[in-house]
Structures are given as structure tokens and as C-alpha cells.
Design a protein around this ligand. Structure first.
Ligand code: DHK
Length: 145
């Protein structure tokens, strides 16, 4: 069975560490990737870590994951609240899906309270800062055992 997990990040997360640090913290996306790689190595998982500001690229990676990945961890960022297309793509993926948000979207503006992706996600982590990513990966490891 595949031990490959896709970790996908949506728009503006390339600016992590510089963007609104009072909300998203001071760690960069490279820091997040490094933390995930440490967990993956210990868990004997392989990861592909991607970020895009383009909805279609995220959809294409989800399609690619259909053929080779056991699970998907996704922070869809603003597409969380708008993208039926991402939901449809995730509905074409058979393995576990964990949705991650750095901030607690339920404590923020009303338009952030709804997630299309949550209609598919097997689990959701929100508001734990970037620590949510390694936690999601540890949980993914358990799901894939
Ligand atoms: C990141 C974003 O860019 C926002 O658009 C979401 C999410 C929240 C996060 O907390 O990781 O609303």
C-alpha cells in the first residue's frame, strides 16, 4: 500500500511568516514543510508538499493524488470558503482527507465559518497554529496503519 501523503496549501500561504503574523504566526511555509518532513521520516511516510495561489493547480494535485497517494492533508486557505471545485475533486479521492487551518476560522469573520472542504474531510484541525500540520500527519499515520 502507498505510504505517500500529499500536503497541499492554498492561496497566500506562500507568505506565511510575513503575512498577518498576529493571526498566522511567524513560521514560514518552509518551516512547516521541514516539521512535516521530520514527522514523515520517523513515521516512514513519504510526503509531497505543495503550495499554489491557483485553484486549478490544487485540483490537478488532487487528481494526481488519486493515482499514487494514500492520503491528503489540505489547507485550502481562502478556497475553503468558496470552492465547490475543490470539494468535487476531493470527492474523487478515495483515501483519508484531513483539513487544516492555522487560525480558528470559527472565531473569525462569518464568511470564514463555512467550509466546502469539510463536507469531505475526515477530520478538521483549526486554531492550533502551524502545529496543526504535524498533528495532522501523525493522525494520518494512524489512519494508514
Ligand atoms: C488561511 C487563509 O488564508 C484564510 O483564507 C482562511 C486559513 C483561514 C488558515 O487559518 O490557515 O480563512
Amino acid at each position: 500500500m502507498s505510504r505517500l501523503v500529499f500536503i497541499l496549501n492554498g492561496p497566500n500561504l506562500n507568505l506565511l511568516g510575513k503575512r498577518q503574523p498576529e493571526i498566522y504566526g511567524s513560521d514560514t511555509l518552509a518551516d512547516v514543510e521541514a516539521a512535516c518532513r521530520r514527522i514523515a521520516e520517523a513515521a516512514e511516510l513519504e510526503i509531497r508538499f505543495h503550495q499554489s495561489n491557483r485553484e486549478y493547480e490544487l485540483i490537478d494535485w488532487i487528481h494526481e493524488a488519486r493515482d499514487c497517494a494514500a492520503g491528503i492533508i489540505i489547507n485550502p486557505a481562502a478556497f475553503t470558503h468558496t470552492s465547490v471545485a475543490l470539494l468535487d475533486a476531493l470527492n474523487c479521492f478515495e483515501g483519508p482527507v484531513i483539513e487544516v487551518h492555522i487560525s480558528n476560522i470559527h472565531k473569525r469573520e462569518a464568511f470564514r465559518h463555512h467550509s466546502y472542504v469539510s463536507l469531505r474531510a475526515d477530520g478538521v484541525i483549526a486554531g492550533l497554529g502551524v502545529a496543526g500540520y504535524p498533528l495532522a500527519l501523525q493522525h494520518m499515520q494512524r489512519l494508514l496503519e
